[in-house]
Design a protein around this ligand. Structure first.
Ligand SMILES: NC(=O)c1ccc[n+]([C@@H]2O[C@H](COP(=O)([O-])OP(=O)(O)OC[C@H]3O[C@@H](n4cnc5c(N)ncnc54)[C@H](O)[C@@H]3O)[C@@H](O)[C@H]2O)c1
Ligand SMILES: O=c1ccn([C@@H]2O[C@H](COP(=O)(O)OP(=O)(O)O[C@H]3O[C@H](CO)[C@@H](O)[C@H](O)[C@H]3O)[C@@H](O)[C@H]2O)c(=O)[nH]1
Length: 445
């Protein structure tokens, strides 16, 4: 089938490459010339495991190519996937201007007699498909025929290729038989995973799924706080809860709060939609506000331990919002770094993939140092903050960073290190939701 991708960010490029790998003929369009020039050379514009290899393979097989000419993309495609950004506006609602612009351009450039299926892959509020339909009516003077389908994307960054090629479900919100059948053919590889709905339900499924997962995270973080005060262990609590199939263990890892380009913005946008319809959104408001405050926890522990933070050397491992990505959008690290800089700290930062992006927000200075390795970052540090649970951090022998640090204070925002070993090696070790560890440390004082 002939597939067009509009917007080659995280979702667009992964979708394009995976559709090509499934045997479809793919053409990708973007307004960002730099991204297109990288892709044409088989280079990825983002850090995503496995992407570059799959991109190069499908370019060589001539199943995917890139263009900055929208008419070329429209001409070469039967199904057009809108994969542009839907970032948050100051009031929390989704900014749909990129989506509107993309659909308007499709409408203006599709010739008479043509039939195109326009697919909402971007995450958008319920009712957006109706607005888009109206845009095509207004801007397509030639009266080409369009159908709209909602087919939101559920991939996770860092596992994007795997998630796209091994989906839990493919939701298709279609209005016409013709569009529905085209989509079923496109996804024929995943026949048993397809759920057909109406477009409004499909739009709600996406926001509701992300909001539900975010709720699980804020919920377990609240439980972690109770564990710390009562000598309990949140990992055991999560395991015990997760054994109930109705609950499930996934997304019950306590930490310093959820970040990324999706959960924070989608929870806020879903709240906004609820409020528009006069629905009480207080459950999600609590999820959001609990998460927004969550990063303070690390700073409070740091202050309790070191007292005065001014001019202290603090190391941070992990800047990306999660491992295996270079994405720092809404990463907890940003708020932590900002607050520590306000407190006069000297920072030594390390991340395997996200330092380049982070430097755009916090350029290197006499207060912000970027280390070439995790061990360089902890050299003479008075505390280490573990912010992102990259696997490589776990492989570093505990004694190695104990020797390098000036003071053995470790605040572990992701429960990465083995608590007993850390205590045995005389660390002042602060994991999340492990009350026994905190009690042992108090007794050892
Ligand atoms: N990032 C994820 O993991 C993820 C997963 C599922 C769903 N989503 C949703 O998918 C959408 C895209 O997210 P993303 O992270 O890929 O965004 P992104 O910001 O990484 O990419 C958006 C791309 O669209 C391009 N663009 C903007 N306007 C355009 C136009 N008029 N024509 C052509 N290209 C245009 C931009 O240049 C950019 O390359 C969002 O709605 C997001 O919520 C994201
Ligand atoms: O048990 C957990 C699981 C995740 N997180 C945090 O939650 C955030 C989001 O993680 P994750 O969901 O793995 O990454 P995303 O790439 O943001 O993916 C989410 O957002 C995408 C965009 O909508 C959806 O497509 C995915 O299904 C959804 O998982 C990160 O900060 C994680 O550290 C936790 O704190 N605890």
């Amino acid at each position: 089938m002939k597939v067009g991708i509009i917007g080659t960010g995280y979702v667009g490029i992964v979708s394009g490459v995976c559709f090509a790998d499934m045997g479809h003929q793919v053409v990708c369009f973007d307004v960002d010339q730099y991204k297109l020039s990288l892709y044409r050379q088989g280079k990825s514009a983002i850090y995503e495991p496995g992407l570059e290899e799959l991109l190069a393979k499908n370019i060589a097989a001539k199943r995917i190519h890139f263009t900055d000419v929208i008419t070329e993309m429209i001409k070469e495609s039967d199904v057009l996937f809108i994969c542009v950004g839907t970032p948050p506006l100051p009031d929390g609602s989704a900014d749909l201007s990129q989506v509107e612009a993309a659909v308007r351009e499709i409408a203006e450039n599709t010739p008479a007699g043509a039939y195109k299926v326009i697919v909402e892959k971007s995450t958008v509020p319920v009712g957006t498909h109706k607005r888009l339909k109206n845009i095509t009516r207004l801007y397509n003077k030639s009266q080409a025929k369009f159908d709209f389908v909602v087919n939101s994307e559920f991939l996770k960054e860092g596992d994007a290729i795997h998630d796209f090629l091994h989906p839990d479900r493919i939701v298709i919100g279609a209005e016409t038989e013709e569009a529905k059948n085209l989509m079923i053919e496109l996804y024929s590889t995943f026949k048993d995973k397809i759920l057909i709905t109406d477009p409004s339900s499909a739009e709600i499924i996406k926001y509701a799924s992300n909001s539900f997962l975010a709720t699980k995270i804020s919920f377990i973080n609240m439980v972690a706080d109770l564990c710390e005060k009562t000598g309990a262990d949140v990992s055991l609590v999560a395991e015990g809860m997760g054994l109930d199939k109705r609950i499930g263990r996934a997304f019950l890892n306590a930490g310093i709060g959820y970040g990324g380009s999706c959960f924070p913005k989608d929870v806020k946008a879903f709240i906004h939609v609820m409020e528009q319809y006069g629905i009480d959104a207080s459950i999600l408001q609590s999820v959001d506000s609990f998460n927004t405050q969550r990063f303070h926890r690390m700073i409070k522990i740091l202050k309790d331990e070191l007292w005065i933070l001014k001019n202290k050397h603090i190391a941070m491992w992990g800047l990306a919002f999660k491992p295996n990505t270079d994405d720092i959008r809404e990463a907890p690290s940003i708020k932590i770094v900002q607050e520590l800089l306000d407190a006069g700290v000297i920072l030594h930062l390390y991340d395997p993939a996200a330092m380049e992006n982070f430097q755009k927000l916090f350029p290197p200075s006499d207060r912000v140092h970027y280390a070439l390795s995790p061990l360089e970052a902890v050299e003479n540090a008075e505390a280490l903050l573990l912010v992102t649970e990259w696997a490589e951090f776990k492989k570093i022998p505990i004694t190695k960073f104990y020797e390098k640090m000036k003071l053995p204070v470790v605040i572990d925002g992701r429960n990465l290190f083995p608590a007993e070993d850390m205590i045995k090696h005389n660390f002042r070790y602060f994991p999340i939701g492990k009350g026994k560890v905190l009690e042992t440390m108090e007794n050892n004082k």
